[in-house]
Design a protein around this ligand. Structure first.
Ligand SMILES: Cc1cc2nc3c(=O)[nH]c(=O)nc-3n(C[C@H](O)[C@H](O)[C@H](O)COP(=O)(O)OP(=O)(O)OC[C@H]3O[C@@H](n4cnc5c(N)ncnc54)[C@H](O)[C@@H]3O)c2cc1C
Length: 508
């Protein structure tokens, strides 16, 4: 197996298929008529004049057809705002000046990173001004010895990864959207991804950050200390706050050493009980080198291979379940030996029926592509009803079966895949186009089911607009009450990403 360097350069790059751009997306305000615009100012020439006075022309976009359309529509093509202005600050101070003015003038703002979010959080609902962080993309410093990188929030994840690799470091997170998503967006959503099993989530990896509050005040929490127990750890509030508490402008990230040996295996499995047994034995036998354990069901594999014309792995048969396993370590012979003996053991005791281990980086890339491009393949089928839930590991796949039974006649497909090692299932139902009847059949049933298992209605994608009404299926009323109070404290005029995270209005 060749080194990680080559692997990372080629795999898991975000693909923007042409199919994504074929749809005419309905305005959010039309699709969800119960949403009411807040009592915010409408953008005037005077407002525009102010922004033009503090920013350069290329930082102020107003051309609705040529400039704004991409910023107003989400990656899934499922929600569409009607913003008339995109602002592209280059510094924390510019973010501060913009927000101070918006707060004083009662102008609502939607912060936007790479716009790869999957819950309708990154685009305006009505005419909020879009603040795009894309021009704040500098990697400020990387220190191999301490493993600390400091970056501006708009830095695209893949760019950061490339620079880290040159310094013998790697990212503690990795996801299919890494060619477009930004570190600020990742922090704002507390993105999980395929390495969480190994490196934990961003609450642990982010050492510090700078955030600009709704009133323009700059909160400097850009510590690089790994240990700092002085009072409340305020940076944690911004991790997963989805642009509602402040705009993240800089991040200090703890980055692990780059593994020099990466192995990828792909196993075909006949039952979900054996999927669980494979996970158990993999953890037991691979120990610290296990870096990913992803589940793909037959329908997901069928979708990604047929929609994107990709080749299925060379296994003897089709299986109801597949596991993609990755190890990362520092000794190729040792790691390969461990993975090969695991494969042998699983085959011998009948836990898996067939399996393959990538012999080179091209094969490894091909196997990862099958997992990483499922979201894109599903999107190309039409409308996707997407659920990203945490459930106890033994119930991981049950929801897919329950949903198939409930829907009786499937629109196109109902499939499940996801981060098995973290108990994070991606349940997806696709239909040719959006249907409110189908939606009503799925929701709130799906959230009710997850809640009864004491799971989470959003494991890693956040709540955004689409899941906001279901926050109480996972969080207690007391928790939500204090979250609302926190929002009020940080953003009393509710100008930052209104309509997101909380149901109803914040004054309720
Ligand atoms: C193909 C594909 C695969 C994906 N895989 C995963 C996965 O494995 N794991 C996972 O967790 N997610 C995944 N996602 C979802 C998405 O990529 C993540 O949520 C990502 O972290 C969003 O980053 P972004 O820069 O695109 O943010 P955006 O989509 O632009 O914004 C997301 C939210 O963050 C806010 N925001 C953005 N930047 C800032 C900022 N600087 N300050 C304050 N708020 C901000 C926005 O207002 C919005 O609420 C995937 C998406 C796609 C399309």
């Amino acid at each position: 197996m060749s080194s990680m360097n080559k692997l990372s350069a080629t795999i898991r790059t975000f693909h923007s298929s042409a199919a994504r751009f074929k749809k005419n997306v309905e305005f959010t305000a039309v699709r969800y008529p119960y949403l009411k615009r807040g009592n915010y100012s409408f953008l005037s020439d005077r407002h525009l004049g102010f922004f033009q006075s503090i920013l350069s022309p290329h930082q102020v976009l107003t051309d609705e057809i040529n400039d704004l359309s991409g910023y107003n529509v989400d990656w899934m093509h499922s929600v569409r705002g009607s913003s008339r202005l995109v602002l592209r600050p280059k510094t924390t101070e510019e973010v501060g000046a913009i927000l101070q003015y918006c707060n004083a003038q009662n102008i609502a703002v939607c912060p936007q990173g790479g716009n790869t979010g999957l819950v309708g959080g990154s685009v305006p609902v009505f005419d909020e001004v879009i603040m795009s962080l894309g021009l704040m993309d500098a990697v400020i410093s990387v220190d191999e010895l301490s493993g600390i990188a400091i970056v501006q929030a708009g830095c695209v994840l893949e760019k950061l990864e490339t620079i880290l690799h040159l310094n013998n470091l790697t990212l503690p997170l990795d996801l299919g959207a890494k060619g477009s998503c930004q570190i600020g967006g990742n922090v704002a959503t507390n993105a999980g991804g395929i390495r969480l099993l190994r490196y934990g989530n961003l609450h642990g990896s982010v050492l510090g950050l700078t955030a600009v509050l709704a009133n323009g005040q700059i909160m400097d929490c850009l510590s690089t200390n790994k240990k700092d127990n002085t009072g409340y750890d305020l940076k944690q509030l911004f991790i997963g706050s989805e642009g509602t508490l402040g705009v993240v402008t800089q991040v200090a990230l703890h980055c692990p050493s780059k593994p020099t040996s990466v192995q990828v295996g792909f196993f075909g499995i006949n039952s979900f009980d054996n999927v669980l047994e494979t996970l158990r034995l993999s953890k037991q036998n691979l120990g610290e080198i296990l870096s990913s354990c992803e589940l793909i069901d037959q329908s997901s594999l069928e979708c990604v291979t047929s929609q994107l014309k990709l080749k299925s792995p060379d296994l003897v048969n089709h299986f109801p379940f597949y596991i993609l396993l990755e190890t990362s370590g520092s000794n190729a012979d040792h790691d390969a030996e461990k993975l090969n003996s695991l494969l042998e053991m699983l085959l011998k005791n009948g836990t898996i029926v067939d399996g393959t281990i990538a012999v080179d980086s091209t094969q490894a890339t091909n196997l990862w592509t099958l997992r990483e491009r499922i979201a894109e393949a599903l999107a190309s089928e039409g409308y996707v009803y997407k659920y990203d839930v945490s459930v106890p590991i033994r119930q991981f796949y049950q929801l897919v079966d329950v949903m198939r039974a409930r829907l009786e006649k499937l629109p196109i497909r109902c499939c499940g895949y996801g981060h098995l090692g973290d108990g994070n299932l991606h349940l997806n139902i696709t239909s040719q186009e959006y249907s409110s009847e189908l939606l009503n059949k799925i929701e709130p049933f799906v959230y009710d089911w997850v809640s009864r298992q004491r799971g989470s209605v959003s494991a890693e994608h956040g709540l955004g607009l689409k899941k906001r009404d279901y926050i109480e299926y996972t969080k207690s009323p007391t928790s939500v009450h204090w979250m609302r109070r926190m929002k009020k404290l940080f953003d009393p005029n509710n100008i930052l990403n209104p309509y997101k995270i909380f149901p109803g209005t914040l004054n309720e």
